[in-house]
Design a protein around this ligand. Structure first.
Ligand SMILES: Cc1cc2nc3c(=O)[nH]c(=O)nc-3n(C[C@H](O)[C@H](O)[C@H](O)COP(=O)(O)OP(=O)(O)OC[C@H]3O[C@@H](n4cnc5c(N)ncnc54)[C@H](O)[C@@H]3O)c2cc1C
Length: 309
């Protein structure tokens, strides 16, 4: 079973829907597959306060419903289904949906996003959106003048700790090892920051709190004679231990960095394969915001349009 289309968009986050709005208005008749998480990552959060155009804020679910409606209004063909494999060796490119249906497309816009890594403790799920966050830029503002903890020891964790320290009264930085992996300059910044307290050799055992996070159960030097369990009182628990870009099915055809982010050319969304574009978090190790994802979805659509001229 094979269907020929002009423009295939994979993913229904801000990048995918924005690409769908632009390509449908440009008469490219896009077909979009929503994937396992219709609406993308934002559907897992309550309040979005930093997307321009919503002065009162908006729920992630509503915002994504609005974007979907807008794409559908201009004729984007939005479908349920997951891209399970692909063949990008020659145009038209072939993408298999749900392991059975094959789509042949002249243009492919990959907007499959990235998933934040979690520690894997059950309390992260229990307190998701009520004290647990994997995005300091997104949620730090909700913790002004409060006490938070951030887990991680790389550059991103340090950057986010400093960002949080600009808002919160106190930031605990929970680091598994006895050193930071971050670059020297970032290390110096967090180590010398008056609001950041380092907790080295420390792991998180769980979180507690009646209606939202009120604290974390920690262990220092786990499994050694010096093992010490202790609690800290916190209002927010942030993860900064990395993301996994949803790019696995493209790995045989597209260049990716060591983490799996799809590499694009300069400021464009072009991959090394002509007519294949990557937009949003799947190609963005740096910003990972709804507005930047939407912006790159727009760029991909315009580049797709020019490619098809
Ligand atoms: C809890 C949380 C809160 C956040 N809060 C904010 C905020 O307040 N403000 C902000 O700007 N940003 C926020 N972000 C970040 C923001 O959600 C992301 O930057 C943005 O959603 C990225 O958009 P995207 O379109 O690249 O991908 P995503 O939103 O990740 O969407 C990816 C899409 O691809 C689909 N997909 C994946 N694989 C396949 C496949 N094989 N086949 C078909 N479809 C596939 C998924 O189903 C999904 O629809 C938050 C993120 C999280 C997790």
């Amino acid at each position: 079973m094979s269907e020929k289309v002009n423009c295939l968009i994979i993913g229904s986050g801000p990048a995918g829907y924005t690409a769908a709005i632009y390509t449908s208005r440009a008469n490219l008749s896009p077909v979009l597959y929503e994937g396992i998480q219709p609406g993308g990552q934002l559907t897992t959060t309550n309040e979005i306060e930093n997307f321009p155009g919503y002065p009162e804020g908006i729920t992630g679910f509503q915002m994504m419903e609005d974007l979907k409606k807008q794409a559908a209004k201009f004729g984007a063909d939005i479908r349920s289904g997951i891209a399970t494999s692909c063949d990008l060796s020659q145009s038209p490119y072939k993408v298999t949906i749900d392991g059975e249906k094959q789509i042949e497309t002249k243009v492919l816009i990959i907007c499959t996003g990235a998933a934040a890594k979690y520690l894997g403790i059950p309390d992260e799920v229990k307190y998701s959106g009520i004290g647990v966050s994997a995005c300091a830029t997104c949620d730090g503002f909700f913790y002004r003048k409060k006490t938070v903890a951030i887990v991680g020891g790389g550059d991103t964790a340090c950057e986010e700790a400093i960002y949080l320290a600009g808002l919160a009264n106190k930031v605990y930085m929970i680091v598994r090892k006895d050193y930071l992996r971050a670059t020297k300059i970032m290390q110096e910044r967090v180590l010398n920051h008056p609001k950041i307290e380092m907790l080295f050799n420390t792991n998180t055992l769980g979180l507690f709190g009646e209606k939202a996070v009120e604290g974390a159960h920690l262990v220092r030097h786990a499994g050694t004679p010096q093992e010490e369990k202790f609690d800290i009182a916190i209002d927010g628990f942030f993860l900064a231990i990395g993301h996994t870009p949803n790019s696995e099915i493209f790995k045989d055809y597209l260049e990716r960095d060591e983490t799996g982010y799809i590499k694009t050319q300069g400021r464009s969304t072009k991959t090394a394969v002509p007519g294949v574009f990557a937009a949003g978090d799947v190609a963005d190790p740096h910003y990972r915001q709804a507005i930047t994802a939407a912006g790159s979805g727009c760029i991909a659509a315009i580049e797709a349009e020019r490619y098809l001229l």
